[in-house]
Design a protein around this ligand. Structure first.
Ligand SMILES: [Fe+2]
Ligand SMILES: [Fe+2]
Length: 406
């Protein structure tokens, strides 16, 4: 018997409440243990303590982060990045008003005809094997809660993106990038507006920020290096969010949510495109090998953090705490067909972008391969894919999502 399985058997003998606490601590310890590069540990460690151990996002008070980047002014106003200038033009023409969405649509989160997410999203037999049987109404309510949880995390992520876009606009050295960045700040403000309005007036529910998301936001806010903010927000968080928005856009039958996501996806495609342009240039021309390696390790750790750890414990605590061990909940979430699809689409968006900006050298490819992510290596990166093309692909009839949505 391995040490892990011996520990698991020991934990299973404890009372449910104690089990939950021990499991949470073990998960944190495993996470810290997985970080191999000391520089990455220094960057994510303090944020990890604040987010995972102290749960600073869950104290019901505003969070204050000490930002320490340098604002970069250029008094000569160079036209330095034609592709960014082109994106700036596209962003100006692509502005829209959050009020213009069909807010008069009446949304019933339990509607059978127009479900928020499909019935097949979860495999409830895993819960049943653990003695938990939900009736049809409860299952619908559960799916509505999971949707509210996902949209709440999108909203919190958008708040992070709003602040990060403002910081990056100050710090970036490309002048065309600053002009473009100003439009992104407006975009992110609008995203906060529409996600919050949907949750507040249609689902009437808001979940607290997930601890893992808090860690990433915290690490980006306090890092003084603009390219780390960029990498974290424009590539990792937005890249994965774009995949998540696309999946939800494809599977939801609720028309207002679909319309909202369609508009947001078009903006986000520009944001990730900008991230790829700025970082490709910077990593290739400005960074030394050690600095590039650090960013390579950092993005791998963050990718894992996001892949393995968005377990919706906030929903677990509400529904099953004390009735179901956390390990079984993780199995239920990880093996949900909908979640598998989310992971698939998210990483098919993210990995090609990491390749394109030069953070997938053969050295790190081995680690991506070990966790099964190398199959996404050859996909199209954000600079080769506009929002319209992305939506057209999502609207087409092929892919595993159809089975899920059908
Ligand atoms: Fe956004
Ligand atoms: Fe964005």
């Amino acid at each position: 018997m391995t040490a892990t399985s011996r520990l698991a058997r020991l934990v299973a003998k404890l009372p449910p409440k104690v089990q939950t606490t021990v499991d949470r601590w073990l998960e944190i310890a495993t996470l810290f243990g997985e970080i191999k590069d000391p520089k990455v540990a220094r960057s994510l460690g303090p944020a990890g303590i604040r987010g995972l151990v102290l749960q600073r996002g869950k104290q019901g008070t505003p969070s204050l982060f000490q930002a320490s980047h340098q604002a970069y002014f250029d008094w000569s106003y160079p036209a330095d990045q034609p592709e960014m200038a082109e994106l700036y033009g596209r962003a100006k023409r692509g502005q829209w008003d959050g009020d213009s969405l069909a807010w008069n649509t009446s949304v019933d989160p339990l509607d059978v005809e127009k479900p928020l997410i499909p019935d097949k999203f979860f495999d409830f037999s895993i819960l049943e094997r653990n003695g938990i049987r939900l009736d049809e109404t409860e299952k619908r309510q559960f799916r509505a809660d999971i949707t509210a949880w996902m949209l709440s995390q999108f909203l919190h992520g958008e708040q992070g993106a709003l602040m990060a876009a403002a910081q990056v606009t100050e710090a970036v050295q490309f002048f065309d990038g600053k002009l473009y960045g100003a439009t992104q700040v407006v975009d992110e403000g609008r995203h906060v507006e529409v996600f919050h309005r949907y949750l507040d007036t249609k689902l009437e529910k808001l979940y607290q920020v997930n601890d893992n998301l808090f860690v990433i936001i915290d690490a980006l806010m306090v890092d003084s290096r603009w390219d780390m903010k960029f990498l974290g927000m424009q590539i990792m968080v937005e890249g994965l969010a774009l995949g998540a928005f696309g999946t939800l856009y494809k599977i939801t039958r609720e028309p207002l949510l679909k319309q909202l996501l369609k508009m947001v996806i078009q903006d986000e495609a520009r944001h990730v495109h900008y991230g790829v342009l700025a970082l490709r240039e910077h990593i290739k021309n400005e960074l030394g090998d050690a600095e590039r390696k650090e960013r390579e390790d950092w993005s791998f750790e963050v990718a894992l953090l996001m892949r393995n750890r968005f377990m919706a414990y906030e929903v677990y605590e509400e529904w099953f705490e004390g009735r179901l061990p956390r390990a079984q909940w993780r199995e239920f979430v990880t093996r949900a067909p909908g979640m598998e699809e989310f992971r698939h689409v998210m990483f098919s968006r993210l990995v090609p972008n990491l390749r394109e900006i030069g953070l997938l050298s053969p050295r790190i490819q081995r680690r991506y391969d070990e966790v099964g992510l190398m199959k996404y290596f050859d996909g199209r990166s954000a600079d080769q894919l506009s929002g319209d093309q992305m939506l057209a692909e999502l609207d087409s009839t092929n892919g595993g999502l159809v089975a899920l949505a059908g």
